[in-house]
Design a protein around this ligand. Structure first.
Ligand code: PXG
Length: 441
């Protein structure tokens, strides 16, 4: 068997995603191995994982139970179609997910990523409105700074300018709510900010403008990749009420908040407001095999499936929807989620994590710190001439010192695996604090 070299000598062929390819290929940073809370570089340097990969390795790296489930399934049946036929493990995985989702969200459509989950959720929302005789509801509403992946639906409903500007006209009939980030009112808040519930009322203005043509609103219950933007207390309740009042579906993108990240299986529970449709990915399989899913309320499934003439009810799906290896990984990951009580572990350490995050207050250029569950955002004052540069350099310093953090703009985001322990928290924030200080010197 050919061994894969830890340091490949041809870096040209791989066009890396969301990366500065030229800079990376000048000074590559290679991760070669992972276990528990750590990555290891090709040189054997230990790097503590402050971000659970990309918000996805919630149970920690290299969990034996998941690896073995994948190996076992690969030996039994590598692949089978799910169009007009089935295999038991996909049904088992769907049932496991449905046990974990909020009441009523009992039907699960499989995808392979968060992006596909976002687009699937939007398509289901449109199909539902049509099925219930509201075909005029063709508009989709997202939120500024929202991230729903990179498909045309998620990108259009998403609200991140740089992710959109290379790609032309995007989807028509899309509008956006204002984002909820208001440091002038909420800087250095611990937990949900008090100011800003009324920002949900912007949906009333959109209804005034567009009448009964809005099909769905999609938001992250807590926005992660755009720099940790928290929902103000009462905001989601208000959004829910307005959606109900106006016949609009509420979709939560739980790709980051799902599977224990904020102390309950899904964000909907901790935040106390349930959606009609929920997307997930990442922690679903602990990222060991790509998989996404969309959980849908009984009412929506019934309207689309029971309401259709005989034959295919929803003209949507992927070759790999319910892939056997991904299904095996999902079942094992959800079993671990329960047996390790990952949401409980996150809750048990979130206070310590919060204190550690806020201990960075007062360091040079730190203009805001915000946190919820095992998510923290530390916002730096960017350099006027070179936005993002300060955070990138802090990232590099941390990496060299053996701590993986994530940056977006001049915001640092932390989201460690939910198995994180106090000494890991001390180390992550200790190294980060030193890096912020050194960068100001
Ligand atoms: N929705 C949300 C809320 C996400 O955070 C996606 C959809 C898309 O998922 P896929 O699997 O298609 O990538 C995401 C992904 C970051 C970062 O640095 C965040 C994501 C992806 C990559 C980097 O914060 N989130």
């Amino acid at each position: 068997m050919n061994e894969i070299p830890a340091r490949p000598n041809n870096l040209d062929a791989y066009w890396m995603p969301f990366s500065a390819n030229r800079a990376f290929k000048q000074a590559p940073r290679m991760l070669a191995r992972a276990e528990g809370m750590h990555y290891y570089t090709a040189d054997g340097q230990e790097i503590i994982d402050g971000t659970a990969g990309l918000w996805c390795v919630n149970a920690g790296h290299g969990r034996r139970e998941i690896t073995e489930a994948i190996q076992k399934q690969a030996a039994v049946m590598d692949y089978a179609p799910t169009f007009q036929m089935g295999h038991p493990i996909a049904f088992q995985a769907a049932a496991k997910i449905a046990e974990l989702t909020p009441e009523g969200l009992d039907h699960v459509f499989f995808t392979n990523s968060g992006s596909e989950s976002a687009d699937t959720a939007l398509k289901i929302a449109l199909a539902y409105q049509r099925a219930r005789g509201q075909a005029q509801r063709v508009r989709l509403v997202g939120r500024e700074r929202g991230y729903h992946g990179v498909g045309f639906g998620g990108m259009s409903v998403g609200g991140i300018g740089p992710n959109r500007k290379q790609f032309g006209a995007l989807l028509p009939y899309v509008d956006h709510l204002p984002h909820t980030h208001a440091p002038e009112h909420n800087a250095f808040t611990r937990g949900l900010p008090a100011w800003g519930a009324h920002l949900a009322d912007a949906l009333e203005s959109l209804v005034a403008l567009h009448g009964d043509t809005i099909a769905a609103v999609m938001v992250e219950p807590l926005a992660g990749s755009t720099g940790v933007l928290l929902p103000p207390a009462g905001y989601l309740r208000r959004l829910r009420e307005l959606c109900d009042k106006h016949g609009i579906l509420l979709i939560y993108d739980e790709v980051i908040t799902g599977f224990g990240r904020i102390g309950t299986p899904f964000g909907a529970e901790r935040l106390g407001v349930a959606p009609d449709i929920m997307t997930m990915a990442k922690g679903l399989t602990n990222a060991a095999v790509p998989m996404g899913a969309v959980a849908v309320h009984e009412r929506i499934y019934q309207a689309i499936v029971e309401g259709a003439p005989a034959g295919i009810e929803l003209f949507h799906g992927y070759t790999y929807s319910g892939h056997p290896l991904a299904s095996a990984a999902a079942i094992a990951a959800i079993d671990l989620h329960r047996s390790d009580d990952l949401p409980g572990r996150a809750r048990a350490i979130e206070g310590y994590f919060e204190d550690a995050a806020h201990s960075l207050k007062g360091l040079p250029n730190v203009i805001d710190i915000r946190n919820f569950g095992l998510v923290a955002g530390i916002e730096l004052q960017g350099r006027q001439d070179k936005p993002t540069d300060r955070a990138v350099r802090v990232f590099q310093r941390c990496f060299e010192a053996g701590v993986l953090i994530r940056t977006t703009g001049d915001i640092i985001a932390l989201s460690p695996p939910l198995i994180v322990e106090k000494p890991h928290v001390d180390r992550i924030f200790g190294v980060l604090g030193e890096a912020i200080r050194a960068e100001a010197a």
